[in-house]
Design a binder for this molecule. Structure first.
Ligand code: CA
Length: 227
């Protein structure tokens, strides 16, 4: 999952960056309205964590622009937004929810609760009610990052898990290498040109050849279960 964090408090931003990366998510940090808007216009994000009091304006401006974005180009107007507010900012929270924010946390928040809320938002945005994802004998849990094949635990690296989760979330749709990279790597991450191929290769070694398929010249997909 690719996350844009919009937060101008350096301490909070640093803590969030470390915590979310540890969960295997690709995180990009911005500290203002205009920087956030620029980021949203050039990259597809799966979720935005939005602070309201920013150095160059109110974070709700990012939300307002996002929800009014034109179709067929970035940013995606439906990108889930989780607002971070102070405990006493009740009116601002109500305004943001009515403006199209999907959820909020009040500062100081518990990072694990925040992560759980982000996973819940992600499930909703991809239209999934079940916390576990299954494909045939394969079962993956985004919360614990546990992977089981025929009931046996399989050990995946964070990136391998990220590739698999990205494909499972949109199954049986095909994702191109660039689409997978956009979900897995933030601007700060060094990216080998064949990184996705290498992760897919390892996934096939660990899970068998049939789970992640190649559509030649297009990308990768996890097929539907056979009826
Ligand atoms: Ca702030």
């Amino acid at each position: 999952m690719r996350v844009l964090v919009v937060e101008d408090d350096e301490g909070i931003a640093t803590g969030l960056d470390a915590h979310l990366r540890q969960l295997g998510w690709a995180v990009d940090m911005t500290d203002g309205v205009e920087a956030a808007w620029t980021a949203l216009c050039v990259e597809p994000f799966d979720l935005v964590l939005l602070d309201l009091g920013l150095r160059d304006g109110d974070g709700s401006e990012v939300l307002r622009r996002l929800r009014h974005a034109s179709p067929d180009r970035l940013p995606d107007a439906a990108t889930p937004v989780l607002v971070m507010t102070a405990r006493d900012q009740v009116a601002a929270r109500i305004e943001c929810l009515d403006m199209g924010a999907d959820d909020y946390v009040t500062k100081p928040f518990d990072p694990d609760e925040l992560a759980a809320r982000m996973r819940a938002l992600r499930r909703r945005s991809v239209g999934r009610a079940q916390p576990l994802l299954r494909a045939g004998p394969l079962e993956i849990d985004p919360a614990t990052r546990a992977v089981r094949l025929d009931g046996q635990a399989v050990d995946l690296s964070a990136r391998e898990f990220g590739v698999l989760l990205s494909l499972m979330e949109v199954r049986p749709r095909v994702l191109s290498r660039a689409q997978i990279e956009a979900r897995l790597y933030s601007w700060d991450d060094a990216l080998d040109s064949n990184a996705v191929e290498v992760h897919v290769h390892h996934l096939r070694k660990k899970l068998g050849e049939g789970v992640v398929r190649t559509l030649r010249g297009v990308g990768y997909f996890v097929p539907e279960d056979k009826a």
